[in-house]
Design a protein around this ligand. Structure first.
Ligand SMILES: [Zn+2]
Length: 252
């Protein structure tokens, strides 16, 4: 069985003591590749140092929405994306977070910065990994306005009609490992056709067991769960979602 973890944070300090073992366990579980998404400039530099020539770990550079009010961090992230455009497979995670808007950057500011990342992703011809907490509808609207074609909706929490809209645009819906315990994620997985689905761990968070640190090997658990839920053979689900990930990220 060949699985792919379409979104995680392997440069996170949570993996500093045993990163190699975590990757080893992923390989042993059938994971053939991952996309790691640093969301702070210093983490992006760390990820580039750790994984730039790695054949298993691909990098996507983004910025935490909570930092969109910090122009220096926005500029630094845009510069890193441009400078290392040959070493990354995507831009993100970037997007909108209206929970963060209550205390952090307001909605209009978030949209302005999100548009700058979209513009750069188009310029360097990379897909977007999109964060959309409490803002699924506004994110879909903005992506549509900007006519973005290659999109991974990371840990998407929208309604059935939002999933249908995303699918009608050919965008990819990424289902996280907490699908086994979240009714809302299960609804999204139910509504998403396999041809538009990828799997992600979002490690170190969103573990199948909320008390544990998450890791890419756990994709095996969510693959089995979703296959049973949707009435597919797990090998077939693995094959299709891995193929989707390789296609949207443009991996060889
Ligand atoms: Zn994430």
């Amino acid at each position: 069985m060949e699985l792919f973890d379409s979104h995680c944070h392997l440069e996170d300090d949570a993996f500093d003591s045993d990163r190699d073992e975590v990757i080893e366990r992923a390989v042993m579980s059938g994971v053939i590749g991952v996309v790691t998404s640093p969301i702070y400039p210093e983490d992006s530099i760390k990820a580039l140092k750790l994984f730039r020539r790695n054949r298993f770990v691909n990098i996507s550079i983004g910025l935490d929405v909570a930092e969109y009010g910090d122009e220096r961090k926005v500029e630094d992230t845009l510069k890193l994306i441009e400078e290392y455009s040959d070493d990354i497979v995507a831009v993100g995670e970037v997007g909108l977070d209206y929970r963060v808007a209550r205390t952090g950057p307001p909605k209009e500011k978030q949209k302005e910065v999100f548009r700058r990342f979209i513009k750069l992703a188009k310029e360097i011809d990379k897909p977007l990994v999109v964060h959309s907490l409490w803002a699924q509808r506004p994110v879909l609207r903005l992506l549509d306005e900007e006519e973005v074609t290659r999109v991974v909706l990371h840990a998407f929490g929208g309604r059935k009609e939002d999933v249908e809209f995303a699918v009608s645009k050919g965008w990819i819906v990424s289902i996280p490992t907490n699908v086994i315990r979240s009714k809302n994620v299960q609804k999204v997985a139910e509504a998403t056709p396999l041809d538009n689905m990828v799997l992600e761990s979002d490690s170190p968070v969103l573990a199948p067991d909320p008390k544990q640190r998450n890791e890419p090997a756990n994709i095996k658990i969510s693959a089995k769960f979703i296959a049973e839920m949707k009435g597919y053979n797990v090998e077939e689900l693995a094959r299709i979602t891995t193929h989707n990930a390789i296609r949207v990220y443009g991996l060889g």
